[in-house]
Design a protein around this ligand. Structure first.
Ligand SMILES: Cc1cc2nc3c(=O)[nH]c(=O)nc-3n(C[C@H](O)[C@H](O)[C@H](O)COP(=O)(O)OP(=O)(O)OC[C@H]3O[C@@H](n4cnc5c(N)ncnc54)[C@H](O)[C@@H]3O)c2cc1C
Length: 250
């Protein structure tokens, strides 16, 4: 009901693809110019609508990857082999193509760049996208609030934004990044592949008693597992915000 009320005030905007960047073999960033864009908060998403020549239309939700910057909006889409929309966005779309979108949507899963609490970000797969928006917004605001990202991927080749994360961590301004590899670890990695554990979420300095604000995003099962581990480790439920990348559409 609330979502319907909010969506009722949003109009579809005509974006245009201005650039494309392959992030991994299956994930691609789409850079858009969206005249009329009113700005967004880190963590919000948009609805993207595709309409075929015969009038058939379908839509999906995508998190915003870029920090607020005028009419520029970036999305990063992970291609699902049997998906209806993601292969078009991550493979077929070309520079100059139009793309209809509506947003920004969501007022709960957002980070306020003026906030001073430490932040724990927990990403699974393409769940990194809204968390990367928060990391970029922190840098744009020259914030030095401690941020720790725990990022779970299947293999090292599946890390989205790998170079940028490395560079941003090297800046030494309070961003720490750690990885969990579920199927294949990098050469020389101390350990074997495995799922996220309580230990991977509670590195030194990031215990529940520091009371960080926590954002968890990824596939539904991953989000539920991570949120369960966090609450059992003593994090207060009202400090944990979650976003589930389950199927969307209609
Ligand atoms: C708030 C929100 C933000 C999102 N942000 C992003 C984002 O930034 N980047 C991104 O790549 N995706 C994101 N998603 C997921 C996205 O909306 C689509 O669900 C996804 O792109 C698949 O669409 P599709 O049409 O290709 O697949 P569909 O044709 O809808 O589904 C194909 C098959 O895949 C399954 N499936 C659908 N979606 C998923 C999923 N997310 N994970 C696992 N299996 C799935 C379906 O059950 C079905 O079996 C977000 C979802 C939500 C709710």
């Amino acid at each position: 009901m609330a979502r319907a009320a909010v969506l009722g005030r949003l109009i579809w905007l005509a974006g245009k693809v201005t650039g494309l960047r392959d992030e991994t073999a299956t994930a691609r960033t789409i850079m858009l110019d969206v005249p009329g864009w009113r700005g967004h908060a880190p963590g919000q998403h948009v609805d993207v609508r595709l309409t075929a020549e015969d009038g058939y239309s379908t839509q999906r939700s995508y998190s915003i990857a870029s920090a607020q910057d005028g009419s520029r909006v970036e999305l990063t889409v992970q291609r699902l082999p049997d998906g209806e929309v993601s292969p078009y966005l991550a493979q077929t779309l070309e520079i100059g193509y139009p793309l209809e979108l509506r947003g920004p949507i969501g007022g709960w899963f957002v980070w306020d760049p003026d906030a001073t609490d430490p932040v724990l970000l927990v990403a699974g797969g393409s769940g990194i996208v809204p968390l990367m928006c928060m990391i970029r917004a922190r840098a744009a605001a020259a914030s030095t609030v401690p941020f720790r990202l725990v990022y779970s991927v299947r293999t090292p080749a599946d890390v989205i934004y790998a170079d940028e994360l490395r560079e941003r961590e090297k800046a030494g301004d309070g961003l720490e990044v750690s990885f969990v590899y579920t199927r294949e670890v990098p050469l020389g990695w101390p350990g074997s592949p495995g799922r996220i554990t309580r230990k991977s979420l509670t590195a030194p300095g990031w215990l529940a008693r520091q009371d960080p604000q926590v954002f968890v995003c990824g596939p539904t099962g991953y989000v539920e597992a991570a949120a369960g581990l966090l609450t059992r480790a003593g994090h207060r439920a009202d400090r944990i915000k979650t976003e589930r990348f389950g199927p969307t559409g209609g």
